[in-house]
Design a protein around this ligand. Sequence first.
Ligand code: MLT
Length: 264
Amino acid sequence: MFLALRHLEIGYDDIGTGPAVLLVHGFPLNRQMWQPQLGAFVGRCRMIAPDLRGFGGSRGTGPYGMDVYADDLAAFIDALELPRVVVVGLSMGGYIALAFWRRHRARVRGLVLADTRAGADDDDARERRRGLQRMAREEGVAAVADTLLRGLVGKSTRETHPEIVNAVRALMLAAPADGVVGGLEAMITRPDSAPTLATIDVPTLVIVGDEDVVTPAAEARTMHAAIPGSRLEILAGAGHMSNYERPAAFNHVLAEFVGRLEYA
Ligand code: MLT
């Protein structure tokens, strides 16, 4: 499906009925990374997965930033006439979810922060991302995908499910170079969200794969400790793409979390 917003065209999936759940994808991916969740909640939730500006089926140019992505999502749920949603963000999607909380908190019914971190990049991380921007421009997105792939998928999945590794690589190859460079810019310039955590007063679930090397479990524990009343779930045998690598476990904890919101 497509929806035209101001200077943007958003590609998205919208499946099921019930409490609205907004799925925000990571970098350099697109909404197809939520395939294991989209069909699994029919009859329980309305799962809505948009492509961020510059990725997948969405069109639109810069500027890129976490606030820009967050405002795009607010305009998107306005267009769908959804007053409040559960925001689920994985990795860069989590950085965006935290920006969305700062800018549009009245629209947030609950938060799920998966395989992400609150802190900003340090100088080394910024330098690495500058290198990836040059790589995307000079060598193309495939070179970036091959550099990132090992970090995105956990050791167990790499050893036992090569088809998942190949699928994640294919998702990355679909990213346009401009969107990749823009996503990297958004991550380089993102602020420290650590002070935001104590302000979160909606039900929050923190999820992480125990083999995540990009945003390790220690980051999830730090967020969990700082977000009042939050819950932490560590998924065994999953890496950074925990929703894609261990979909049954991920869906189980997500379903339980959303189910409890009905009574919150
Ligand atoms: C992501 O999965 O969105 C990225 O790996 C996040 C990051 O590089 O910080």
